[in-house]
Design a protein around this ligand. Structure first.
Ligand SMILES: *Cc1c(COP(=O)(O)O)cnc(C)c1O
Length: 391
């Protein structure tokens, strides 16, 4: 066993970040290809820098944030948070009392942990459904959460979305939409309306997902609800500070859906090329992915009794992609417990610097190496935990 605890994962992450730091230092940022789809960015302008103060900053950026935020998400008022998770926590603290219930509907389990964790912290009951037939409100339901697009980019069908809002509003229950990536995927790729335009009371999006902003949460909704949530956010320090707000404003101003649209066509041809290599590659809305389960089947022959876990095989593959091909994917750099799916997102900014042939070559090479080293425990440990020079 190579990965035995979350402490091991912390070490793996540090090793990956160390490699990235040395690569960027030696060969510059352009030598790194972050295809995680979560690279974010911070597109502030020179003139913004002198306004990054505690009071002048919000005074200056507040109006632009309202204008750009409402343009992107709809609603009457917006509020910026440190993370999408922080926005979800503030909402549950503001709108749900201990003992009341939060119901979460999503197109496919598992849920993002921020929703059940926030409910637990507030002492609320939590139920989740990924099937409309099972979905039902209870006497104690105080908030319904809909996830528009899951962590693996599964999208909620528009009919289900509308039905849940209708059922909830009939009983006077507010609906929060977790549209972390959905605010762009649902609208740009699937032509669905914005959550607020479908009748949601609140929506939150991550400004680093399919967008070049900082990792932060942007929430929109009705004025009265936003004010109530803002009050809680300020009490617990969950609101975004001026530098992050400036980054969000500029990211919203420079957001261009064309890159997402271009990635849709490109992923079809990449998927076609990869199919010859490994049958189990699947399409995502803006790229391709392989699950750890499929990767494990691919790498280990059925008759061998090799004891490697799905997480280990996915992490090893991600580390080879990073160290040999300078391609960043989530299992290499994510926090402990992160998703083990290897996802290559062609809507990433860096996707412009690598073509499909290069990506195929990197996958083919990495797969061959993975099959070889998986039989050699020492090499696996070295790959995961030992600092190596960039080549
Ligand atoms: C990314 C994501 C979140 C949390 O975003 P953070 O910035 O990590 O707090 C919540 N829900 C969904 C569906 C997500 O994809």
């Amino acid at each position: 066993m190579f990965i035995n605890s979350s402490l091991d994962e912390v070490k793996r992450r540090e090793n990956a970040l160390k490699f990235i730091a040395s690569l960027v230092k030696e060969k510059g940022r352009s030598s790194l290809h972050d295809l995680s789809g979560l690279a974010g960015g911070f597109p502030v302008e020179e003139s913004d820098l002198e306004l990054l103060e505690t009071y002048a900053g919000p005074a200056y950026f507040y109006q632009s944030l309202q204008k750009e935020g409402i343009f992107h998400l709809g609603g009457e008022k917006v509020l910026a948070f440190n993370r999408t998770s922080a926005a979800i926590l503030a909402t549950i603290m503001a709108l749900v009392k201990p003992g009341e219930e939060v119901i979460h509907y999503l197109p496919q389990l598992p849920s993002h942990p921020s929703i059940p964790r926030s409910a637990k912290l507030q002492g609320a009951i939590y139920s989740e459904y990924d099937n409309l037939k099972d979905f039902k409100l209870g006497d104690k339901t105080a908030l319904v959460v809909i996830t528009g697009s899951t962590m693996d980019h599964q999208i909620i069908p528009r009919d289900d979305f509308e039905k849940i809002i209708q059922i909830s509003h009939k009983q006077g229950i507010n609906v929060l939409v977790d549209d972390a990536s959905g605010a762009r995927l649902r609208t740009v790729v699937y032509n669905q309306p914005r959550a607020m335009d479908m009748g949601a009371d609140l929506v939150v999006t991550s400004t680093d997902k399919l967008m070049d902003g900082p990792r932060a949460g942007l929430m929109a909704g009705k004025i009265q609800l936003i004010d109530q949530i803002a009050d809680k956010a300020h009490q617990f320090g969950l609101e975004a500070q001026p530098p992050v707000v400036a980054g969000i404003v500029r990211a919203l101003q420079t957001f261009n859906p064309q890159r997402i649209l271009d990635s849709i066509k490109r992923k079809d041809s990449l998927h076609h090329q990869l199919k010859d290599l490994m049958n189990s590659f699947e399409k995502t809305p803006t790229g391709v992915m392989i699950s750890a389960d499929d990767l494990l089947k691919e790498v280990t022959a059925p008759e061998t009794d090799l004891f490697v876990s799905e997480r280990e095989v996915a992490t090893l593959m991600a580390m080879i992609l990073l160290k040999d091909h300078h391609i960043v994917t989530i299992p290499a750099v994510g926090m402990p417990g992160v998703s083990t799916t290897i996802r290559l997102d062609l809507a990433s900014r860096d996707a412009e610097n690598v073509d499909n042939t290069q990506i195929c070559h990197a996958i083919k090479d990495s797969l061959q190496k993975l099959k070889k080293i998986i039989l050699d425990g020492e090499k696996c440990l070295k790959l995961l935990y030992e600092p190596e020079d960039c080549i």
